[in-house]
Ligand binder design. Sequence first.
Ligand code: ARG
Length: 268
Amino acid sequence: MKKLFALALTLVMALSLTACGDKQEPTTTDPADSDEGGFKTAVEGTLSMATEATFPPYEFYDGDKLVGIDVDVAGAIAEKLGLKLDVVDIAFDSIVPGVQTGKYDIGMAGMTVNKERLQQVNFTDSYAKGVQVVIVKEGSTITSVDDLFAEGANHTVGTQTYTTGFLYASDDIQAKGLGTVKSFAKTTDAVEALKNDQVDCVILDNEPAKALVAANEGLTILDSSYADEDYAIAISKENDALKEAVNTALQELINDGTVQKIVDSYIK
Ligand code: ARG
């Protein structure tokens, strides 16, 4: 038995020596295998990013161009990895499943790291903070976040489908009999519903809330905030090599000030 083990060991050593000598040559012919980082992407040479683009300043349309902090940060990451960035705008609740199954390489959508999502995908280090806030119509009877949880409260709360705002409101308001949660595919639909009195308030992340309030008359953000969160990039649990490569690139871009510069170009 011992002899067999020794033989196997010699074989392994011999093989790994050969592997070392071969370093310059890619050892695989898989088209989606990267030569350098050892990671795979869904399409060779491309980093595909799934997002939902009604979320300014992280992702939104400037004319027909999809722009934003997430788009620029992902572009800088792709450049570091020698890949071309391909941004795909899909429903917010399709992003995590799409990344989980490997259809998209990364999910980047001002996405909060939470327990539910961590069961489906991995996340990189955080690159931004988010705060959940409440938008109301000017002159609303809701004047603080606590009004939503007050005894006898009965509000209709607008949220974007599958967002943390939706999850919180479902737990803290609907499940407790303090109101009803309505969810919308787009943040802009939730804001329209508020303007049309179909909902009494909208729970949303602070920066998109600011941008949407600025773009729509008669709305205001309550002073008190609902929750603090961390945004990170979702990557398949099956693709640790890509997660490592993206994390390294992200850390370099945070350390050399690139991420801050991108943020400052969108948030004045
Ligand atoms: N941060 C919130 C969440 O992760 C909302 C994100 C919505 N993002 C978007 N691109 N629509 O649930």
